[in-house]
Design a protein around this ligand. Structure first.
Ligand SMILES: [Zn+2]
Length: 266
């Protein structure tokens, strides 16, 4: 299901669906004629119907994951699709997605992109691009300084994650949160949590939480505890997504991404 709401001069396009016990929202944003992300292929019909009534002249992808890029292969070639340069080869190849991601979001076909790193402009806005890896190597956040807006892709999603994906890195997310928080902004536009009017505070909460987790993991490691014990002590509970993803999403990756960084720095 797709719902469109207006916020100042932009449109927030929310896709919602459910599978098993897991319910997810995914947002795209249309500012002037710039479309930020183009949604999962599971919502192909709704999204292409919506876009056929709108005018957009350029697309920027916050990163290459299929829930943000699943409809990119349908975009007319006259419309440029921008992504951080690290994302170009990732979009050009067909991803080897685990079954649960293909079922949940739908697959995505290869498509061509243009690299972008510094700025994207629309009629009324200038967005500075901030490379913010941690969730994905090509992740970009878009900062509109005059309005105090920050489009955060999947950098935020929630304040206190108890579980992450195998491809994510907590130390990199911490670094990226520090980076965006060095700029001025209030309102955050998240790809899954939507528009957060107290967004700066939410990002600070996430940074504080991750720093505290990182300290605890390192402390327990220095006390001689193995990763499996640290995981059980800090994250005793399991979430349905852990099983559903066959542990591609697991608290284990929080602990190991911190310990991997820690041991390479010693
Ligand atoms: Zn993602």
């Amino acid at each position: 299901m797709l719902t469109v709401s207006e916020f100042e001069s932009m449109k927030a396009i929310k896709g919602t669906f459910q599978l098993g016990g897991v319910r997810m929202n995914v947002y795209m944003y249309l500012v002037d004629e710039l479309l930020i992300d183009c949604g999962p292929s599971r919502l192909r019909k709704e999204i292409t119907d919506f876009l056929s009534t709108e005018s957009y002249t350029q697309i920027i992808l916050t990163h290459h994951h299929e829930d943000h890029t699943g409809n990119a292969s349908l975009v007319p070639p006259s419309i440029p699709i921008y992504i951080h340069p690290e994302g170009i080869p990732l979009c050009r190849t067909r991803p080897r997605l685990p079954l649960y991601r293909r079922v949940f979001w739908g697959s995505r076909k290869p498509f061509e992109t243009k690299g972008i790193e510094h700025q994207v402009k629309t009629k009324n806005h200038t967005f500075d691009l901030l490379h913010t890896p941690g969730h994905a190597p090509d992740h970009l956040a878009l900062l509109e300084k005059e309005q105090g807006w920050l489009f955060t892709g999947d950098l935020y999603v929630m304040s206190q994650p108890k579980s992450i994906f195998a491809f994510e890195s907590i130390p990199d997310v911490i670094q990226s949160l520090h980076k965006v928080l060095s700029y001025d902004f209030d309102t955050v536009f998240c790809s899954h949590a939507g528009i957060l009017h107290n967004g700066r505070r939410r990002l600070e909460e996430k940074l504080d939480y991750l720093l505290s987790i990182q300290t605890q993991v390192i402390q327990k490691h220095n006390d001689g505890k193995p990763a499996s014990v640290i995981q059980k002590e800090l994250f005793p509970d399991r979430h349905v997504l852990n099983y559903f993803s066959l542990f591609e999403n697991s608290p284990k990756h929080i602990v190991t991404s911190i310990l991997n960084r820690e041991t390479t720095h010693q």
